[in-house]
Ligand binder design. Structure first.
Ligand SMILES: C[S@@+](CC[C@H](N)C(=O)[O-])C[C@H]1O[C@@H](n2cnc3c(N)ncnc32)[C@H](O)[C@@H]1O
Length: 343
């Protein structure tokens, strides 16, 4: 089973499997964050047919050497495309996206010096797969992955063991694991969701032992149309009303600000840089798939499903009118990587 479109694991596999042995889930019921337009367009493209709003699209076509036949339909919150063929290309595409998303983690990990026998916390650990890599590479004795999302932590269970464990917690309240200090505080692609870095950084620094390391990676792409258009759409009616005036910005300061902050907090050794990751996406519409799993969740979580679908549809229209139609599409993505060692 492949999950197209929403970029999140399907939570309704059981339902989906009622329809066919081979199911491509285009929405998967995962909070209905894919609009019907998106789903229908993907389904119709896959099946080579015309999408009909809230209806069933059926057809067949040659696809990657396989004959696919099936239909796209929305059933309650679940939208499925059933096929009799195989879906070989999506996992490859997913793997390529996954590798691109993981590269900054590995670049950050390169900055961390091993701490044999040490204690580490991975703030906003997500599914935990990278927490286990962090633990192995640093030779730590104990690594705790902390996340506030139950859904993420459910997936992390399989990476626990051998000194790795996971616990639920909120970074905004994190003041250490216990009274003994940590050797490494690691946060990859998580603290951009946490406001007020002027108070967060002193708090994180205070959880480290003398000689402890802080390693953080954050997206810093607020000036790209993918982010700027979302802010503009959020300010316009009726989306502004649906959002109660909320306009999302990641909590991120300049690289220079972090360098000064680290120095003031007693990180005598430090490394702070902005790195541009140039993603080659199949087309401009894939930028939307990219931000749906990250930036746009900040909007989705604040809106009713129908309001978010309207927001997403208008965002898509506005963004695609600003982006060139080159294929592959070059999507430069800036990130701040920082590392420091406390005196
Ligand atoms: C983009 S994911 C990154 C996951 C992981 N660090 C990785 O590199 O794959 C961001 C994670 O941060 C978590 N997160 C966001 N804000 C948080 C908070 N205030 N406290 C704890 N976790 C948080 C989210 O639940 C999500 O799992």
């Amino acid at each position: 089973m492949a999950n197209l479109g929403c970029g999140q694991p399907c939570r309704s596999d059981a339902d989906a499997e009622l329809f066919s042995e081979s199911v491509l889930s285009l929405d998967g019921g995962c909070r209905s964050d894919c609009s019907w337009d998106t789903v229908a367009a993907l389904g119709a493209q896959l099946l080579g047919v015309e999408a009909q709003p809230m209806g069933v699209a059926s057809g067949e076509r040659d696809f990657g050497g396989h004959r696919l036949s099936g239909y796209a339909a929305r059933i309650g919150r679940l939208t499925v495309v059933t096929t009799s063929g195989r879906d070989e290309w999506q996992p490859d595409q997913y793997a390529r996206f996954k590798a691109e998303r993981e590269q900054p983690f590995y670049d950050l990990l390169e900055l961390v010096e091993p701490v044999p026998g040490g204690r580490i916390v991975d703030l906003g650990c997500g599914t935990g797969v990278l927490t286990a890599v962090l633990h192995a590479k640093t030779l730590a004795d104990e690594t705790v992955g902390l996340d506030r999302s139950e859904a993420m932590l459910e997936q992390s269970a399989k990476h626990a063991g051998g000194g790795v464990r996971f616990q639920r917690g909120d970074i905004t309240e994190f003041t250490g694991l216990d009274s003994s200090g940590l050797d490494v505080v690691f946060a990859n692609a998580s603290i951009q969701w946490v406001p007020d870095h002027a108070s967060l950084f002193p708090r994180l620094a205070s959880t480290l032992k003398p000689g402890g390391q802080l390693a953080v990676q954050m997206p810093a792409n607020e000036d790209h149309p993918s982010h700027a258009v979302a802010r503009e759409v959020a300010k316009q009616s009726p989306h502004a009303e649906a959002l109660g005036g909320f306009v999302y910005r990641h909590s991120i300061e300049s690289a220079e600000w972090y360098a000064e902050q680290l120095a003031r907090l007693g990180f005598a050794e430090q490394h702070v840089r902005v790195q541009v990751y140039l993603h080659r996406l199949p087309g401009p519409e894939d930028v939307i798939e990219w931000v749906k799993g990250s930036l746009l969740t900040g909007y989705r979580d604040r809106m009713a499903v129908e309001d978010y679908e309207a927001f997403l549809s208008y965002y898509r229209q506005q963004l695609l009118s600003e982006l060139s139609d080159e294929r592959p599409f070059l999507y430069p993505f800036k990130r701040v990587l920082l590392w420091g060692r406390r005196e």
